[in-house]
Design a binder for this molecule. Sequence first.
Ligand code: 5GP
Ligand code: ZN
Length: 113
Amino acid sequence: MTCLFCQIADGTQPADIVYNDDDVIGFRDINPQAPQHVLFIPRRHVGTINDFDSADAALIGRLTLAAQHYAGEQGFDEEGYRVVMNCNRMAGQTVYHVHLHLLAGRPLHWPPG
Ligand code: 5GP
Ligand code: ZN
């Protein structure tokens, strides 16, 4: 199976990586929707949120903590940011390796489109 984000995680596909730990990497979205748009992914392949189980609770938390860490490091944590995970077709998921979007740097409207 060829998975684009697994290839980014293993270094065979280039990406602008801005965050790295044992379980999670973060890299800039190729088509940014805000001045700051970073994707945080588990290094291990997980297709959609539906594929998580209770053993993944810590990993799910680490995705959010990675985003929090990056926001603090970049200094937009107090101004604000949004994290989003799209699951399947109706939510607009296009890459089937779970990823948490971090968006910041402009006012973000609600509800989203
Ligand atoms: P989704 O719509 O699945 O929630 O988000 C997938 C995201 O991956 C999109 O925002 C898209 O721009 C981004 N993306 C797709 N292909 C690549 C790529 O090759 N490199 C990077 N850095 N981002 C990608
Ligand atoms: Zn994958």
